[in-house]
Design a protein around this ligand. Structure first.
Ligand SMILES: *[C@@H]1O[C@H](CO)[C@@H](O)[C@H](O)[C@H]1NC(C)=O
Ligand SMILES: [Zn+2]
Length: 308
């Protein structure tokens, strides 16, 4: 009898942990769904002040001259990456030797993984929006702060995520083909495969374009939504062919039975609250005040001497 009760307790524990598993709204809405949609996500996801994603109002973003270009290390490494369907997204596991620094980050950050968020619609699949506009997809490259001391474990800048918007067009993005071609091998959750050889640069916009970005402090966009993320949202989007974009929602599934296509894996927008969003200074913008202080008298002198 005791054994029976113990087994029953075990079974209950197992089923309640399955019940309490988090999921996206589209999954929570399914008939007979028992998963927890975004309104019920655990941990810091509820009632916190520095959550992500947010809408970025470009007029409200303040120029920060410290937001200089990043230094990318190992982004050119060509590898046959392991890519997996982790039940919530498609994720590429990155190997050692890939880092970012600069961009006003407080340390060097080591790349861990890359994943995406998407919809079947071209204006719904990004987590962040820019001036109220969502994009077709959003790609996140997740990096962890390099630190020797354990006390930094809970710091607010433990993670740096580079976020790229994805726009749909009519040109094939060859750099994305290795990932797109791998999707049909990982339709079911918790499966993995290796991609044809490629580098991170193959998947990104041209390096020169990566000087334009937005910066704010926020959270992970999946449970437990830890408020430990330095967000960098690049202005220039990645461009995919429509067919490449549609492969994600067509080939990938949330469930083992392949009933629910993986799409709309997007957390709803969160309040900005009292946070400030910053932006890097674009070339061609007015020089900063100290420089103006030099330029204006010089020009005045020139004009005056010309008039004499
Ligand atoms: C990839 O799949 C294999 C076999 O299905 C499994 O043994 C392995 O643990 C998986 N790797 C990862 C990182 O999920
Ligand atoms: Zn993400």
């Amino acid at each position: 009898m005791r054994l029976f009760i113990a087994l029953l307790a075990l079974a209950c524990a197992a089923s309640s942990s399955a019940e309490s598993h988090w999921c996206y709204e589209i999954q929570a809405k399914e008939p007979n769904s028992i998963c927890q949609g975004p309104d019920l996500w655990p941990g810091s996801c509820q009632n916190k002040n520095y959550q992500s994603p947010i809408d970025i109002d470009t007029d409200e973003a303040e120029v920060d001259i410290n937001l200089k270009p990043f230094t990318f290390t190992g982004y050119d490494q060509k590898k046959t990456w392991l890519v997996l369907n982790d039940k919530h997204s498609v994720k590429i596991l990155l190997s050692d030797g890939i880092y970012i620094a600069g961009g006003d980050l407080p340390a060097r950050y080591k790349a861990e993984q890359l994943h995406l968020h998407w919809s079947q619609e071209e204006n719904m699949g990004s987590e962040h929006s820019i001036d109220g506009q969502h994009f077709a997809m959003e790609m996140h490259i997740v990096h962890r702060k390099e630190t020797s001391s354990a006390d930094a474990e809970n710091s607010e800048d433990k993670i740096a995520v580079l976020a790229f918007m994805v726009e749909v067009g009519n040109q094939v993005n060859e750099g994305f083909q290795p990932l797109v071609e791998a999707l049909s091998s990982i339709s079911k959750p918790n499966t993995n495969t290796t991609m044809e050889e490629s580098s991170l640069w193959d998947m990104l916009p041209k390096k020169e374009k990566l000087v334009h970005y937005f910066r704010y402090l926020g959270s992970l966009t999946t449970p437990e939504c830890d408020e430990t993320v330095i967000w960098t949202v690049f202005q220039d989007p990645i461009k995919l062919h429509k067919d490449q974009f549609l492969e994600f929602s067509k080939e990938l599934y949330y469930d083992q039975e392949q009933k629910l296509n993986m799409k709309d894996n997007v957390r709803p927008l969160q309040q900005l609250g009292d946070r400030q969003v910053f932006k890097s200074r674009a070339p061609g913008q007015l020089p900063s005040l100290p420089l103006m202080a030099l330029v204006v008298p010089t020009l005045t002198c020139l004009v005056v001497s010309f008039l004499q």
